[in-house]
Design a protein around this ligand. Structure first.
Ligand SMILES: NC(=O)c1ccc[n+]([C@@H]2O[C@H](COP(=O)([O-])OP(=O)(O)OC[C@H]3O[C@@H](n4cnc5c(N)ncnc54)[C@H](OP(=O)(O)O)[C@@H]3O)[C@@H](O)[C@H]2O)c1
Length: 322
């Protein structure tokens, strides 16, 4: 499908944290920025379909033309049926489901119709430099990339690398102040490093917008690792925005990178799953979200198309989550 626009898209993991934003953006692109798009469907689990918390989301989407297919991603027949007639698959599976994508990719390669696959990435650059290969949180995504490089011939792939989600980056994880973050209620903040390190971030609605833009530009995105983001900022710039909008000086602490690394090693040694967050925060604070140039423009997005720091800080102050 050299540079052919997508016509029938299947999303897997659509109701998850980032899947919601990606699915909403793809539905909005139907009949708009992706004129070729004739159908959008999701493959989701029976437990999600019967989950009362997800009922209104699914019915809103259905009213916008979404088809819901219930099935098990581990079952070849269920996936084969969901793939029927589909040309493009967008996976938004959570960390626990990353390796399940190897079968999903194998079945995509065997299917008569699937020609394009977006593996679940939407985060940190897992091949930023040589050290990336050893980072524990990257291992499953690295295995998926290896499988793709060694096995896929027909199906084209697009990886969308967005860096940290700003909404999550702003919040302090309870009991884990060392990781950094901002508390608009208590008017305090913990900045990682000296607070002046640049970091490339993406807002969650912008992740959806960037995936839809990648789908609308197959010539620029197929068989590519797209490095995209909303904008570059620093912890001190974020702090200044919180202080400007609240009119209050925050109490500020710092976590030097070596302290962060110490805490990270300790949590890994204890088998605490929060260790992954500290590893990612250390990677982000070390400049590994920065590029001379991002790929935003090649998929048609300009700086003014992206959300802004003041907008996201305002939402955080108003207590809006994600
Ligand atoms: N950049 C960042 O700051 C950041 C932050 C968070 C996540 N991410 C990345 O975004 C991607 C999606 O993560 P997420 O947090 O949005 O996912 P999530 O909410 O944990 O899960 C997404 C969906 O995956 C489906 N799923 C099916 N089997 C699964 C399994 N065994 N394990 C996990 N999920 C399963 C479920 O959908 P159904 O119920 O519909 O079947 C679930 O709702 C990942 O690649 C993750 O690394 C990046």
């Amino acid at each position: 499908m050299a540079s052919q626009l997508p016509s029938k898209i299947l999303i897997i993991g659509s109701t998850g944290v980032i899947g919601k934003y990606i699915t909403a953006a793809i539905l909005s692109a139907k009949g708009a920025s992706i004129p070729s798009l004739s159908s959008v469907s999701i493959l989701t689990s029976a437990s999600t379909v019967s989950n009362p918390d997800k009922e209104s989301l699914l019915s809103t989407w259905k009213s916008k033309g979404l088809s819901v297919i219930t099935g098990d991603i581990h079952n070849a027949d269920d996936v084969g049926k969901a793939y029927t007639g589909i040309d493009t698959v967008v996976s938004c599976l959570g960390r626990g489901g990353l390796l399940e994508q190897i079968d999903l990719l194998k079945w995509a390669e065997e299917s008569d119709s699937v020609k394009w696959f977006f593996p679940s990435e939407y985060g940190t650059d897992i091949e930023y430099d040589e050290s990336s290969n050893d980072e524990k949180p990257h291992q499953n995504k690295l295995k998926v990339r290896k499988y793709i490089r060694e096995n896929l011939k027909k199906v084209k792939v697009t990886y969308v690398v967005t860096g940290p989600y700003l909404e999550m980056y702003l919040f302090k994880k309870p009991g884990l102040d060392v990781a950094g973050g901002f508390d608009a209620g208590k008017k305090d903040a913990v900045l990682v490093g000296d607070g002046e390190g640049k970091i490339g971030v993406t807002t969650m609605p912008d992740v959806g917008k960037l995936v839809a833009a990648a789908l609308a530009h197959p010539e620029a995105s197929q068989d590519k690792i797209l490095k995209v983001q909303s904008f570059v900022t620093t912890p001190k710039e974020i702090l200044a925005e919180f202080q400007k909008q609240t009119g209050v000086q925050f109490k500020v602490d710092y976590t030097p990178i070596d302290k962060l690394e110490e805490a990270e090693q300790k949590l890994w040694a204890e088998g605490n799953p929060a260790a992954a967050l500290l590893t990612l925060r250390r990677i982000w604070a070390s400049g590994k979200t920065l590029y001379e140039k991002t790929d935003n423009e090649v998929i048609g997005l300009k700086p003014e198309d992206m959300e802004t720091l003041d907008f996201v800080v305002k939402k955080a102050i108003n207590g809006e989550g994600w």
